[in-house]
Every structure is written in structure tokens, then in C-alpha cells.
Ligand binder design. Structure first.
Ligand code: ZN
Length: 197
């Protein structure tokens, strides 16, 4: 990329020519994956010296003085401390990945999310109360708690740990991110990439 000698005024950046779906993976200074941002946001991080490019992506942004390639991966120049619990998005895809795509009650293929303590009884929409379930169990369970049904969970649901989980909610995965998202979890790999490691 052609780095400008002087910071480019951000207001002079036009909309990216690259499709709006272009996104970049942001790594911490330690190379730990943090999040996914728009290509434009990634360019702003580069122009303000908050990040350096790690892998080149598609598209180019033009400003009056500079032409900047939109990166596929950037790394922050300063380490930021992030509480991962707050950043793992509680999405259907992520819950299915944690539970191996299986119904936690009967082991059949999961088709929906279920609140272990039903919402109607104050059950929260949190990692420790949301599980993947099959349509049948979800229907049978309805608004009842598992104790009433004599059902048991093999293990208590909990928030997943590990940095790669932060990315599981991304709309589109860029294969150039993969080397930075190694995680040793086949279920997570399948959720991220469609194939196990
Ligand atoms: Zn089931």
C-alpha cells in the first residue's frame, strides 16, 4: 500500500469502491483475533496509525493524497485489553457451534434455540440459559422447565472461551482470516468455515 506521509483527513475518504460486504479481521497487537470491521473502518485504522496491514484484501480506497488497499487483516499497533465474555456474540450459529449442532436434550440434529429456563418464567437470553434443540424437544418442552419433564442436561451451558469465538457472528468469512483463527475446536471450525480443521 502507499502510505501517506501526512495523515489523510478522514472526511476526504469517499465511499469504498469495493463492495460494501468487504470486511477486515482485526487482530490485537498480540495477534489474537478481536473482531470484524468494515473495509472502510480498517482503512481508517491504518491511516490513523492505529493498525498495520497483515494481509491484503480486495478493493482500493482513494483520497486526495493517497490510495490505500483495503486490508483483509490488520493488527492493532497498541495492545487492547478485552473482556472476551462481553464480545462473544450470542447468535444461533455460535450456540449451534458450542453444542455441536445437536439437541442438548436428545442428541438429534438441532433446528432451533431453546431457553432452558423459559423466557416466560424469567429465563435470561444468556449463554448459560440458551441451548440448541431439535424441533420436537422444543415443542414438547414448550413453557416448562426441564425438571418438570424429568429431563437432564449432560453439562451446564456456559459461554464459550477462546478468541476465535469472537468471529463466529461475522456475516461472511474471508479465507485469508483462517490462519489467524486457529482454535483446535472442530465444531467451531465447522461453524466458521463449513469444514472441520
Ligand atoms: Zn431433541
Amino acid at each position: 500500500m502507499a502510505a501517506p506521509h501526512q495523515p489523510t483527513a478522514l472526511s476526504t475518504l469517499p465511499a469504498p469502491r469495493a463492495p460494501l460486504s468487504v470486511q477486515a479481521l482485526v487482530l490485537n497487537a498480540s495477534y489474537e483475533p478481536l473482531c470484524v470491521v468494515s473495509g472502510r473502518r480498517a482503512v481508517v485504522l491504518l491511516l490513523t496509525d492505529k493498525a498495520v496491514p497483515v494481509a491484503e484484501g480486495d478493493g482500493v480506497l482513494h483520497s486526495e493524497r493517497a490510495e490505500v488497499h483495503v486490508p483483509a487483516v490488520v493488527r492493532l499497533t497498541r495492545f487492547v485489553k478485552v473482556p472476551y465474555r462481553a464480545t462473544v456474540p450470542l447468535t444461533r450459529r455460535a450456540v449451534f457451534a458450542r453444542d455441536g449442532g445437536r439437541c442438548v436434550y436428545c442428541g438429534a440434529a438441532a433446528t432451533s434455540l431453546d431457553h432452558v429456563i423459559p423466557k416466560s418464567r424469567g429465563g435470561p437470553h444468556t449463554w448459560d440459559n440458551v441451548v440448541s434443540a431439535c424441533g420436537r424437544c422444543n415443542h414438547v418442552k414448550a413453557d416448562r422447565g426441564i425438571a418438570e419433564l424429568g429431563w437432564r442436561l449432560r453439562q451446564a451451558p456456559a459461554a464459550p472461551t477462546g478468541a476465535a469465538w469472537r468471529i463466529v457472528g461475522a456475516k461472511r468469512m474471508d479465507p485469508r482470516w483462517r490462519p489467524f483463527l486457529e482454535n483446535g475446536n472442530d465444531d467451531l471450525d465447522e461453524a466458521l468455515w463449513g469444514t472441520p480443521a
